[in-house]
Design a protein around this ligand. Structure first.
Ligand SMILES: [Zn+2]
Ligand SMILES: [Zn+2]
Length: 239
């Protein structure tokens, strides 16, 4: 930054998961820049060190935000005028920063290329995330470049959602097929069949909750039945 002659005047948080606030204490100390975040993100920000410790990662205790953000706020950063979009669902107080003149949105962990943000962490809410996507991101022009918190950038949110829906249907069909061939099956047993080769220590929880969601969906739509054997984890069979 120094070499380029740039200065950091604002620190904007999309949300306060520890993987987004790891360097916050140091960054604020080095730059003296104020931190902007939605008030609902405050409690999780205060717990970031403890949350990271659960994953065996050290995060210096982040300072609290200096300025509250709200839906529709327009910030003035040099020539940039980011508009705040309130997009909860992945984490409490999640916001996106939309730069309409530049055709860019910083979307945090709401949408990624090929998937949506996870909602199984504390404060996550799937329905809320879907309404944030529908009400706040889908209306943006198709050519908007989405800079997400993880992975590659992409455009055309609608096509992206359609692709994601197709992927979900494909996975549902896989679960249905595996149940028919090998049921009754627990969610844990189904994970490696639905997500071959993807299971590892980091992904296990997430893949398990995705698989569980597929099984429950098949159950709710009458395509699978849930069985509970005494003292055993619940298992699903094809209906
Ligand atoms: Zn996150
Ligand atoms: Zn993240």
């Amino acid at each position: 930054m120094e070499e380029q002659g740039w200065t950091i005047s604002h620190i904007l948080l999309t949300h306060s998961h520890f993987d987004h606030v790891g360097g916050l204490a140091e960054l604020k100390e080095l730059t003296g820049a104020p931190i902007y975040a939605h008030p609902d993100a405050g409690p999780m920000l205060a717990r970031a060190t403890a949350a990271a410790a659960l994953w065996g990662i050290h995060v210096d205790a982040p300072p609290p935000a200096d300025h509250p953000l709200a839906e529709g706020d327009v910030l003035a950063i040099g020539e940039l005028r980011p508009v705040v979009l309130f997009t909860p669902g992945h984490a409490p107080g999640h916001v996106c920063f939309h730069l309409p003149q530049d055709g860019v949105v910083f979307d945090g962990d709401v949408l990624f290329q090929g998937s949506i943000g996870r909602t199984d962490l504390p404060g996550g809410d799937y329905e809320l995330l879907m309404s944030s996507i529908r009400d706040k991101l889908l209306p943006l022009p198709d050519e908007t470049v989405v800079l997400s918190g993880h992975g590659r950038t992409f455009t055309d949110v609608q096509a992206h959602i359609d692709a994601n829906r197709t992927l979900v249907h494909k996975r549902l069909a896989t679960v249905e097929r595996e149940l028919a061939a090998h049921g009754p099956m627990t969610a844990f047993a189904a994970v490696p069949l639905v997500f071959p080769g993807l299971m590892n220590q980091q992904s296990a929880n997430w893949l398990l909750s995705e698989t569980l969601a597929f099984l429950r969906h098949l159950e709710m739509t009458g395509r699978a039945t849930r069985e509970i054997f005494d003292g055993e984890p619940e298992a699903w069979s094809i209906a």
